[in-house]
Design a protein around this ligand. Sequence first.
Ligand SMILES: [Zn+2]
Length: 312
Amino acid sequence: MPKPFEYAQGMRNKIVEKQRKEIKGIYLEVLKELQDEITTLSYKDDMSENLKIKYLKSMKKELEENMRYADKKMEKTIRGNMDNMVTAILKDNQTFLKGMGFHDYMSNGKAMRDIVERVASGNLYKGKWSLSSAIWGDNKQKLNEINKIVAKGIMKNKGVYNIAKDLERYVNPRARKNYNWSNMFPGSRRKIDYNAQRLARTMVQHAYEESFVAVTKNNPFIEAYQWITSGGSRVCALCMDRESVDHYGLGPGIYPKDKLPLDHPNGMCTFDVVITMSNDEIADAVADWYLGVGDKSMNKKIDKYVKDLKKF
Ligand SMILES: [Zn+2]
């Protein structure tokens, strides 16, 4: 029998990988628009200073608009991927419920929206942060960097074409920018999609962890959680510790259900449930509860769990 939340683990990887390409694609669209404009520029390099300023202004305005559009699309993309992540967890949970003999508890979607909202609104982080403010704060920074690239070009007496080529390099998610770039444009990011990628991965990861905990925390047959790193040399020291150290006397990497730490930004770990009862023992306990016989304290826990399930 596969592990109860294995499908969601696989989906987490798939969603993150798909999302990485989606975000690159969003910036490649901005790049394409700019490149289309640049092809019309190559013969306009001997324009008057007035015309040059006018031209740069309109080019900048268009780039800003495209960047805003891109960031709007980004927010939608990330939210969609968070939805997909929570849906995968709910699917696993339903399979698990069916296996235990609870056939009547199907998802209504509200729980999914609540979890996505909790992560995206920043409630999870107890601060003033939110997905939307992070995206729009980053958008503002990018517009600032675009402004500086244009201003520097004017100062250095570059032609419109060359300034446009600098902007092209700035928005290209595939462009390699070295320290020369940073010398020329101090404070300007080397990877246009770095912040967005980090934010997007973190959002999906936290939607994954939050929904995993939400659907399992009151399940009386799940005793604890296990922290699992992605393995390999890129795992950070904090996650290695979480996976391998016995912090609660339950075994290495095992956490009481109310003690699972929130993964850090860019985190790529996964979580598993710890179940010590066999499938037969679980089936017997559910049958006893149904008939109102057997272990009273277990029946109480199942009552609470079933009440909680109605939210999903
Ligand atoms: Zn880590």
